[in-house]
Ligand binder design. Structure first.
Ligand code: NAD
Ligand code: UDP
Ligand code: UDP
Length: 312
């Protein structure tokens, strides 16, 4: 049993990670400032003897005692991270420095939730970890993309300079229950629109692609990565290599939810990547992992979650 710190633990991925760690017998300290996360996501854990919640902003130093740190604190959807872009960069960069300083003092393992956005709008397809990316440094997505890139730099400098046991995972689009209903991400938007009988908003022509990973698969990979050999810092891609156009996703959601929603087309946001698909060969090799959940099953679970939420 370890004492595990999860920053961003009240968010979508963080709350599922807390659940998993508790189920595996660990003690969990969840740190979150509730910027995009919610108390609802962790309400069922409050009062659990292995769980502790602390309201704290990771841009400020944190003095606690733990053996493992999963650093997930950061708004993740374009709507949320663009709302206060300076704070987004601070969370990624100052947050990484503080959590790395904490890990260094404790000689604790630390895992960074990085992102496929470090590849930007990629010229290489599918994306392998060796690809350096094509990121606009001054666009509206840059606060997130460059913040996460700088965090990766800091992680690797602590690894080289201080021999810290770091782990970097690059997460590709992930979906599932506890996504924020208003965060503007495509899966939550389409499901909520379909359930309300509203039109489905496709940005651009809908031919851009994404590859969607169900949250349970993602959590499997994150926990496996944390326990890999200390000489394997990553980065490693984790995501589902099945690629779909956004239009296909919209049609699938309408077919599964039923109802009368129509597709409507709206302007494509600036710097929106045209295509994205992870090459997960490294994850297969080093983690012995690949996603198991079919998109139809994952969407069914997610639709059930939002249906319940909207009925309350
Ligand atoms: P989320 O917005 O649901 O969770 C982020 C959590 O971090 C929230 O609970 C939020 O309140 C908290 N937070 C934000 N700023 C903070 C700060 N300064 N101090 C403390 N807490 C803070 O998003 P998510 O989808 O769960 O993403 C979790 C992590 O995974 C993020 O780092 C994100 O960049 C990364 N990621 C997610 C995806 C995805 O598809 N969901 C893809 C790539 C990377
Ligand atoms: N830090 C922290 N908790 C700790 C140790 C450090 O939050 O237990 C923060 C501290 O604010 C510091 C940062 O981590 O600014 C980086 O720490 P490090 O020891 O790497 O660098 P230094 O203290 O020399 O700046
Ligand atoms: N998208 C869309 N309609 C929506 C929300 C998103 O067509 O209501 C598109 C968006 O332009 C992008 C893709 O879906 O091409 C994925 O968007 P999301 O914000 O979920 O993730 P990211 O762009 O960060 O991969």
């Amino acid at each position: 049993m370890s004492r595990v710190l999860v920053t961003g633990g009240a968010g979508f991925l963080g709350s599922h990670l807390c659940d998993r760690l508790i189920r595996d017998g660990h003690e969990v300290l969840c740190v979150d400032n509730f910027y995009t996360g919610s108390k609802q996501n962790i309400a069922h854990l409050l009062g659990h003897s292995q769980f502790e919640m602390m309201r704290h902003d990771v841009t400020f130093p944190l003095y606690v005692e733990v053996d493992r740190i999963f650093n997930l604190a950061c708004p993740a959807s374009p709507v949320h991270y663009q709302y206060d872009p300076v704070q987004t960069t601070k969370t990624s960069v100052h947050g990484a420095i503080n959590m790395l300083g904490l890990a260094k003092r404790l000689n604790a393992r630390i895992l960074q939730a990085s992102t496929s956005e470090v590849y930007g709008d990629p010229e290489v397809h599918p994306q392998q970890e060796g690809y350096w990316g094509r990121v606009n440094p001054i666009g509206i997505r840059s606060c997130y993309d460059e913040g996460k890139r700088c965090a990766e730099t800091l992680f690797f400098d602590y690894y080289r300079q201080h021999a810290l046991a770091i782990k970097v995972v690059r997460i590709f689009n992930t979906y599932g229950p506890r996504m924020h209903p208003n965060d503007g991400r495509v899966v939550s938007n389409f499901i909520v629109q379909a359930l309300k009988g509203e039109d489905i908003t496709i940005y651009g022509d809908g031919q851009q692609t994404r590859s969607f990973c169900y949250v349970d698969d993602l959590i499997d990979a994150m926990t496996l990565m944390m326990e890999t050999d200390p000489d394997f810092p990553g980065p490693v891609n984790i995501g589902n290599p099945h690629e779909h156009t956004i239009r296909e996703l919209a049609e699938k959601v309408i077919a599964m939810v039923g109802g009368k929603s129509k597709l409507i087309f709206q302007p494509l946001p600036q710097d929106d990547p045209r295509q994205r698909q992870p090459d997960i060969s490294l994850a297969r090799e080093k983690l012995g992992w690949e996603p198991k959940v079919h998109i139809d099953d994952g969407l069914r679970e997610t639709i059930g979650y939002f249906r319940h939420m909207l009925s309350q």
